[in-house]
Design a protein around this ligand. Structure first.
Ligand SMILES: Nc1ncnc2c1ncn2[C@@H]1O[C@H](COP(=O)(O)OP(=O)(O)OP(=O)(O)O)[C@@H](O)[C@H]1O
Length: 333
């Protein structure tokens, strides 16, 4: 017997027609890999949240269907409580928390009273997984935004859903907290086989957290692949620009970095550019130097053409220096 696909979208569309533009998603077919983290990425308005809501059952597709292990996911027009029991969703708003109850009770309340020992053990386990055990007796009201977000995720996984959908869950969380939470979610996925589908704007986040990326453009899937594949070899310029802050030059301008491309548009990641101060081909001028911690970003100009390069030997250049650029890697479109 062949195994049923896990979570599938089959030709789903949901289009919103506005006065100036059309939004939503159009004719999407995809398979979510079980036990992995899939991130949906795309520019603002590309349909990420719409796709997440369709997968979860918060929206009904106009065309096509969403299937969980072969079973249709019903939307709000079709079922009083839409979606599937095996799925839980967390957004950046932690609305469903009981602010005046303790962290412990926010989790425990979701678990059945039939076996108190099991209920206690599960609440403790979930709080431990999210590094919240030391805050168990605090009221949610007194927690920081990042801690509240952890409680929201703990609540979502308490009843052991098989799929967790996250819509920009780390938006309100500061950088240091964010990294810890990302690692904890990766650990939970590794330990429990939970499947996570997340929407994120942050390239660093999706690159380090996801196993699989779905790139959306104008409501359609443009490409899919692992973060490494799509970072190193994106099939589309759009994807390269989503994942990196890259230089995009014309074929003619790229010659100024020693590139002889065949196609019209050349993408060069800033860390693929060597900057040297030799005499021979001093064509570029250092316009600005931005301190970035362990490296600096050089903003360079050549008669109105701008390029950015990273330099780890801080202090080597100053504004106004004439330099030579040599790219040792590039992509062309
Ligand atoms: N309920 C709705 N009614 C009308 N238009 C909608 C509705 N929901 C979404 N849209 C439109 O559909 C498009 C896609 O929206 P969606 O929220 O899915 O995009 P997104 O990629 O998640 O954007 P962002 O990154 O800005 O959150 C947008 O143009 C949006 O205005």
């Amino acid at each position: 017997m062949t195994e049923k696909p896990f979570l599938q979208a089959v030709g789903i569309s949901r289009v919103f027609t506005g006065t100036h533009h059309e939004g939503g998603v159009k004719d999407i077919t995809l398979n979510i890999i079980p036990g992995k983290i899939t991130a949906i990425i795309g520019t603002s308005g590309s349909g990420k949240t719409t796709l997440l809501k369709l997968l979860f059952g918060l929206l009904s597709p106009e065309k096509g269907k969403v299937l969980f292990e072969g079973e249709r996911i019903w939307g709000p027009e079709e079922k009083l409580i839409p979606g599937h029991d095996a799925m839980k969703m967390v957004t950046q708003h932690t609305d469903d928390l009981n602010l005046f109850a303790k962290v412990w009770d926010n989790i425990a309340v979701l678990l059945p009273n039939t076996d108190i020992a099991t209920k206690q053990a599960r609440t403790e386990e979930v709080l431990r997984q999210l590094n919240m055990l030391h805050l168990a007796d605090k009221r949610v009201f007194d927690l920081s935004g990042g801690e509240k977000q952890r409680v929201a995720i703990a609540r979502a996984i308490a009843t052991r859903p098989r799929v967790l959908l996250l819509d920009e869950p780390f938006n309100q969380v500061d950088a240091s907290f964010r990294e810890g939470l990302q690692q904890d979610i990766r650990q939970i996925v590794a330990d429990t086989g939970l499947t996570v589908i997340m929407v994120s704007h942050d390239p660093a986040e999706v690159l380090s957290m996801a196993d699989e990326l779905i790139v959306l453009k104008d409501g359609k899937v443009l490409e899919t692949g692992s973060p490494k594949q799509l970072y190193q070899n994106p099939a589309n310029l759009y994807t390269a620009q989503l994942l990196t802050n890259c230089n995009v030059l014309s074929k003619a301008d790229a010659k100024l970095l020693g590139i002889h491309a065949k196609k019209e548009t050349v993408v060069i990641y800033p860390h693929y550019i060597d900057v040297s101060g030799g005499w021979a081909l001093n064509r570029w001028v250092v316009k600005n130097i931005l301190f970035k911690g362990f490296y600096e970003e050089l903003v360079l100009d050549h008669d109105g053409i701008t390029a950015r390069a990273f330099n780890k030997e801080q202090g080597k250049f100053k504004a106004g220096d004439k330099v030579t650029l040599k790219a040792w890697g590039y992509l062309e479109y």
